[in-house]
Write a protein that binds this ligand. Structure first.
Ligand SMILES: Nc1nc2c(ncn2[C@@H]2O[C@H](COP(=O)(O)OP(=O)(O)OP(=O)(O)O)[C@@H](O)[C@H]2O)c(=O)[nH]1
Ligand SMILES: [Mg+2]
Length: 281
């Protein structure tokens, strides 16, 4: 007789300081680029769910913005709200350093950058700092430890049928993902000169039999920021838009016609109405 394990399904929140690799880890676990990443802190501004379905379990992984401590104001309040919101109805929390009343995993990422001799003392030290269900060293970049992490997480998921269909990747809509991909290219292709108050608004999104027509505005807080993003002769904006379009085509699985312009809206990060229009809950 073969013993059949019951199916497991649950939500797992990835929480931690900015830049520790939460979004990279989400993508690595999904085996697909869904969440945007960059070497700059505070890349993720809103929570995003990615669904991984296996034969034995469905993992609903929730990427969150890094805890905000540096900047104040309405945008950061919205980001911290997104983290708290992600913790509601969660079954396991990852990468966390706060008590939330759910099993807590400490995922130590980027072990590819640490000498093995330094890792063990570090793991011993953090083990004493809080009560963790498991401590799992991984490298999202080199995919080390990911199978172990999934196996450990699976043991903590509730026994229940899958919530999402087995081919579901996310419950975010394409409009949101398009804005995110554009924002990622701004983060990646503009250096330190990228003003923190740069956002993306999708003004038009049409799908004509698989051909998506997207009109997007890059929103900056000051007239002077416009030139930084456009670059000489529009070269910067062109690179940003092309790179974003290629990512969108890959994820959406079809041709994308993308038109991008830059507009000025002063102090939008302080304007709750503007934030809502740009998708910040
Ligand atoms: N060497 C190494 N770099 C990594 C690893 N995981 C992520 N990174 C890098 O760390 C940087 C930050 O990664 P993100 O995934 O954007 O980090 P995050 O925690 O989501 O950051 P925020 O959204 O800003 O809070 C990027 O440059 C990644 O390429 C890893 O396992 N090894
Ligand atoms: Mg992130």
């Amino acid at each position: 007789m073969i013993a059949v394990e019951p199916y497991r399904c649950g939500a797992i929140a990835l929480i931690g300081r900015p830049n520790v690799g939460k979004s990279t880890l989400l993508n690595a676990l999904l085996g697909q680029k869904l969440s945007i990443t960059s070497h700059k802190p505070q890349t993720t501004r809103q929570s995003l769910r990615g669904v991984l379905t296996t034969e034995t379990a469905q993992f609903v992984l929730i990427d969150t913005p890094g805890f905000q401590t540096r900047h104040r104001g309405a945008l950061n309040r919205a980001m911290n709200r997104a983290i708290r919101g992600a913790l509601e109805g969660v079954d396991v929390a990852d990468l966390v350093q706060v008590a939330v009343g759910v099993p807590l995993f400490l995922v130590v990422n980027k072990i590819d950058t640490t000498a093995a001799a330094d890792l063990l003392p570090f793991l011993k030290k953090v083990a004493g700092e809080a009560k963790f269900e498991e401590i799992v060293p991984v490298s999202a970049r080199s995919r080390k430890g990911l199978d172990e992490l999934l196996r450990a997480l699976e043991r903590h998921l509730p026994e229940q049928p899958a919530i999402h269909s087995e081919d579901a990747l996310t419950d975010s809509n394409e409009r949101f993902l398009a804005a995110e991909f554009l924002r990622e290219k701004l983060f990646r292709l503009l250096g330190a000169e990228l003003p923190y108050s740069t956002g993306v608004e999708i003004e038009k999104f049409e799908d004509e039999r698989g051909m998506r027509r997207i009109h997007a505005a890059i929103v900056v807080g000051r007239e002077g920021h416009k030139a930084i993003i456009i670059g000489s002769g529009g070269s910067k904006l062109k690179r940003v838009a092309t790179a974003a379009r290629l990512d969108m085509e890959r994820l959406f699985g079809g041709k994308v016609y993308l038109q991008v312009w830059v507009k000025v809206r002063s102090r939008w990060t302080e304007d709750e109405t503007a934030l809502r229009r740009m998708g910040y809950g």
